[in-house]
Every structure is written in C-alpha cells, then in structure tokens.
Design a binder for this molecule. Structure first.
Ligand SMILES: [Zn+2]
Length: 321
C-alpha cells in the first residue's frame, strides 16, 4: 500500500461530522473527480475514482447528508487489468438538484440553471467546513509521495479557477501551497515535510501524520549518523596519512644518520612510532617515559621531519626517496 492510499483510507473512515461539513466534503469530491453532465433537459452527477475507499466515503456521505442511495457501477480499467474504476451516479433529478444546490455547484436564476464547478464561499465559511472541503478535494484528486523518498503532496485540478480557490483555502491555514500547470491540469502542491505534516493535520489524518513524523525523525537521524561517520572517516584518513609521512621521515633519518644519533627524546618517540604505526599522538604520548601530551609528541615528530627534510636537501634536492 502506498502512503497516499493509506492517507485516503484513513480519511475515508472519518464519518463523525456535522452536516455542514459533510456537504463541504461532498463538494470537494465532486469538484475534483466529478462531472455534472447535462443531457437534454436532465442533469446528472457522476463521480469516478479508482480508489474504493473514496467511493465508499462518497457513498456514505450522500447517504448521511441527503439520504440518497447513489448508484454504483464498477468497471475494469482495460489498460491496467487489475485496477477497477468505481462510477457513482446520481440520476434522479430531484436528488441531483438537492445535492448540487446545497454544495453550491449550480445556481438557479430566473428558472435557468447555471453549472459552477467552483468553491462556494458560503460553503467554506467556518474552519470545520474548510477542513472538510480540503479533505474531500484530497480524496477526489490528491496524492502524496512516499515520504521515505521525497516530500510532495498535490491536488490535480481541471480548471485554473478551482486551483486558485483551493490554493487560497489551503493557504488560509498559514500554508504556502503553489500552483503549476501540468499538461491540461493545474496542480496545487506542497513541497516541504513540515507543510505536508500541517496539511495532514488540517485534514485530520492523525495516523498518517504520526507515521510521517516518525519517518522524518528517522531520516534526520540517518543523515546525522552519515555526517558523523563521514567526519570520522575524514579524521581517520588524516591520522593515517600523517603517520605514514612520519614513518617515512623516521626511516629516512635512520638510513642516513641512524636513530641513535638523534637526541634521546626524539629517538624514543621514533621507536614508539615504528612499533605503533596506527597509534594516535595522544596514545604515543602515554607510552613515553615520562608521558607527554599530544602537542609534545607532535612537536617531537615535527622535529624529526625537519631533520629528514634537511638531510634530503643536503643529498641533492630530492624530497622523497
Ligand atoms: Zn462544518
């Protein structure tokens, strides 16, 4: 199951709400995945979805808010054989009118009916109904990417007008959704993890919200661990390459003048470095008698390197053997 269908399944289970919210949610669903079809003197409302949870929710909302038993047709998608398409149709003209007038999707003037596939401002006056409308719009035409991969949530709108209205509605909750045109559609989208969390909260998808938060925390921890490991690896590489250089210098000094000709403090540290090529400066310091701190060891090793450098110069400008 995708994260998107998890969210929709959770939203489809929310049924305890006031009638005004039920109507707002129905409007959101019809505006996103519905059609108002006028055939000669008749109008019918058709909602089409591949998601059974969305079909179930729409069916239940119509039953609760208007006491309508909507007709359900199931078709197989001919291209994708496993997918079913659920088509829910309201045919009875009395019922059609009841639903469309209440959702503000038609207006009647002087005996004429005007179809308005828009968000009726009267419908989304209160915060609860704003939330319900967004929920319906997500069920009808929304999707959210798997947060393990990327943060992206979008609503696919058929018209520019509806996309701008939906954007405004979402942004009235302090969000920063954007609109972009994709092929024939207008996409309202959110890109940041935090904004997606906020939108799930607006829609009251609390389980999905918690799952998303957990994934965000895990991702952040993984990033921190990776950063730490990278940093440690870099430090280790530095230590190793410094030790390699020290060993080269010590061996060179030994070959040319013999370590026994170095001052005893340098000879001692040189011997320990040969015996413990992987030890850190601090560890080498504890082996010395008396023990010496990290900077003391560094100082002595640097002196050896300077001697090696001088010897190399004397022997004809070669930097390395
Ligand atoms: Zn309400």
């Amino acid at each position: 199951m995708s994260f998107s269908s998890d969210v929709k399944r959770e939203l489809s289970r929310q049924l305890e709400m006031a009638r005004h919210c039920q109507i707002a949610e129905i409007a959101g669903i019809i505006n996103m995945c519905g059609q108002i079809i006028s055939q000669s003197d008749k109008i019918l409302v058709k909602v089409q979805t591949e998601n059974p949870a969305v079909a179930r929710k729409y069916f239940t909302l119509l039953k609760k808010a208007f006491n309508i038993n909507v007709e359900v047709l199931i078709r197989r998608n001919t291209q994708l054989k496993k997918n079913r398409i659920y088509i829910l149709v309201i045919r009875d003209s009395h019922q059609v009118e009841k639903v469309l007038l209440a959702t503000g999707l038609i207006i009647k003037q002087n005996g004429y009916v005007y179809i308005k596939m828009e968000i009726d401002p009267l419908l989304t006056q209160s915060t609860c109904c704003k939330r319900a409308y967004i929920r319906g719009a997500f069920l009808g035409g929304g999707s959210v990417s798997d947060p393990e991969k990327t943060y992206h949530l979008e609503f696919v709108n058929a018209t520019y007008k509806h996309s701008k209205q939906l954007q405004q509605l979402i942004n009235s909750f302090g969000m920063d959704s954007k609109v972009i045109k994709r092929k024939k559609n207008y996409i309202v989208y959110l890109k940041e993890g935090e904004q997606i969390v906020d939108l799930l909260n607006i829609m009251e998808a609390h389980i999905a919200l918690m799952n998303l938060e957990n994934i965000r925390i895990m991702k952040e921890m993984r990033n921190n661990v990776n950063r730490m490991v990278n940093c440690e690896t870099a430090n280790l590489k530095k230590t190793v390459s410094a030790a390699v250089k020290q060993l080269q210098d010590i061996e060179y000094v030994d070959q040319i003048i013999g370590l026994h000709n170095l001052p005893s403090s340098l000879e001692e540290v040189a011997h320990y470095r040969i015996q413990h090529p992987d030890a850190s400066l601090k560890e080498l310091g504890t082996l010395l008698n008396p023990p010496v701190g990290k900077s003391g060891v560094n100082h002595r090793l640097r002196k050896i390197s300077n001697i090696a450098e001088r010897l190399r110069k004397k022997r004809g400008g070669q930097s390395y053997d």
